[in-house]
Every structure is written in C-alpha cells, then in structure tokens.
Design a protein around this ligand. Structure first.
Ligand code: NAP
Length: 275
C-alpha cells in the first residue's frame, strides 16, 4: 500500500491501543499514525502517573494539607516541538505538548506532562497550593540498594556493555540538589510555580569525554549509536531555582559521585584512579 493510500485508511478514525509503550504496541502506534489514524494510547505509565497523582491530591484535600510539592520532570517542560539549540534558554514558562509527545511516542514524558497538568488543574480547583520540581536526569550517590533508570544510564556507559553511546543530549542534576529543592519548595513561603533543575545539558559524546578525563583507564564507548546528525544541546535557566538559594552542583562532581557510588555498591569494579 502506498503511503498516500495508507494515510487515507485511517483519516478521521480513532483507535485505542492499550500498553502503547511496549515493544510491539509502540510499532502498532507508529504504523497507525502513518496511516492517518488518531491514536488514543493507554500505558502502564499514563494511568499510574495521572490517577496516582490525583489519588494523592484527593487525599490531601480531605486533610489539612496546604501545600503539595510534586516531582514532575523537565520532560513536562521541553517537548513541544520548539527548536532547542545551544543559544536557546528553556525556562519554566515552557510546557510540553501532549499531542507532540504522543505523536513522537515519548510515553514517559507524556505521562509526566499529563500528570503535572492534572495536578495543576486539581489544585487550582480545590484551593491547594502546588509547587512542582522539574528535574532532568538525576544522578549522584545511591542510598537504596537497587538501580534506578537515570543512574543506570551512567552505569551503561562505564560497564563495558556497549561500544556506542546514545546520539542524544540529556540534562543532568545531582540527587542531593533535587532533594533539597523539594524541601525548600515546601519550607519557603514564597516558593511557587515550577522549578526546573538542570545543571547542564550535554551530548553523550561530551559526557563520555568528561568521564574519560576523570577515569582515564575505564574502557568507554567511542562512537554514537547511529549515523544521524548530532543532536544539539540547549540551555535550561537556573534563575528560578537560584531564587530558592540553590546553586546546582556541577556535572563533573555529579558524575564522580555517581561512579564512586556504583563502585561502592558493587555495580561496577575498577581501580579508583580519577585525576
Ligand atoms: N530519576 C530521574 O532522573 C528523574 C528525573 C525527573 C523526574 N523524575 C521523577 O521522580 C520520581 C522518582 O523517580 P526515581 O528515579 O526516584 O524513581 P525510582 O527509583 O524508580 O522510584 C520510584 C518509586 O515510586 C514507587 N512507585 C512506582 N510505581 C508506583 C505506583 N504505581 N504507585 C505507587 N508507587 C509507585 C516505587 O516503588 P517500588 O520500588 O515499590 O516499585 C519507588 O519507590 C518519578 O516521579 C520520576 O518520574 C525522576
């Protein structure tokens, strides 16, 4: 079927795909969208994120809770199709576009965007104060014995499991800064709205270079995972989080603390020979 004919097949029709973030279902969604269908996706992610958030807020409403601090994500900020290039400074006035997230199958980002939207609406309608913390990839020392996704992203670069790094840019921030951000958002009476927490956005090639500079003997991936053009970086404003008194710990420290913690917890073994 030609793509033009395929596009006509689904025009004006709505299809629901359950479990749309899965391996097979995400391809079904991709093909449906190419055929012109409007896709309504349910995911393991969306329901827990949105309904879970609203459940907690409903409980808050029934008690004497005055202010709620929500752990959102910079994912609920940046995914709206606006260009992101090295001269662009993203700030808290940016909002991700659910339709854009769905079209591009960014399911986790969609879940965070919808959950944050639902939280703002609920709190406005029910007289609850809300502050959101919108961090990028959170790294730093682990307190718990298990890995979470963002720390695992660093482990994958240093454990010798791959000779490629993602051809992508991520923002990074220290877990201790993010924790303190939550507490100050709760304690400081004037805290309000959203707080982006991103120390620096770097391409994974730069991330690898930073690691190599500190740990020269660790074998690291030396090429991107695909031949697509290199993803550009962008900036995220630190002004608002500075207004809470937080000066974000630099990327180099964040990486070092993460690697030392991974080593201490036995996720990776090598000599500590950073410069
Ligand atoms: N880590 C990052 O880079 C990052 C960046 C931006 C935003 N965030 C947001 O920060 C929050 C915490 O992230 P994290 O990295 O700390 O994640 P994590 O280590 O995976 O912890 C998630 C916690 O949520 C609990 N949980 C998961 N599904 C649940 C459900 N349906 N109902 C109730 N509890 C549930 C988990 O409990 P079990 O262990 O029992 O499953 C676990 O205690 C998330 O909302 C995430 O979206 C994280």
């Amino acid at each position: 079927m030609s793509s033009a004919a395929a596009a006509m097949t689904g025009a004006g029709k709505v299809v629901c795909v359950t479990g749309a973030s899965g391996y097979i279902a995400s391809w079904i969604v991709k093909l449906l969208l190419a055929r012109g269908y409007t896709v309504r996706a349910t995911t393991e992610l969306l329901d827990p994120a949105v309904k879970g958030t609203l459940n907690v807020l409903r409980s808050c409403k029934k008690t004497s809770v005055k202010r709620v601090v929500i752990t959102s994500s910079v994912g609920a900020v940046i995914y709206n199709g606006k260009p992101r290039t090295p001269d662009v400074v993203v700030d808290e006035t940016w909002f991700s576009d659910p339709e854009f997230c769905q079209k591009n199958q960014h399911w986790y980002v969609l879940s965070k965007t919808l959950a944050e939207e639902a939280a703002w609406t609920f709190c406005r309608d029910n007289g609850l104060q809300i502050v959101t913390i919108n961090p990028s990839m959170v790294i730093g020392p682990l307190l718990q014995p298990t890995l979470n996704t963002s720390v695992e992203a660093i482990l994958k670069l240093i454990d010798g499991s791959s000779d490629t790094y993602p051809n992508f840019c991520y923002g990074w921030v220290n877990v201790k800064d993010v924790a303190l951000g939550h507490i100050l958002a709760f304690e400081v009476p004037s805290a309000n709205g959203r707080y982006c927490m991103v120390e620096r956005v770097v391409h994974c090639s730069e991330l690898v270079n930073v690691i190599r500079g500190m740990y020269p003997t660790i074998p690291l991936p030396d090429k991107p995972a695909d031949d697509e053009p290199t993803f550009p970086t962008y900036q995220v404003s630190k002004e608002k989080i500075r207004s809470l008194g937080i000066e974000l710990v630099p990327l180099e420290t964040n990486i070092q603390e993460t690697i030392e913690s991974l080593k201490e917890k036995g996720f990776v073994t090598f000599e500590s020979n950073h410069l």
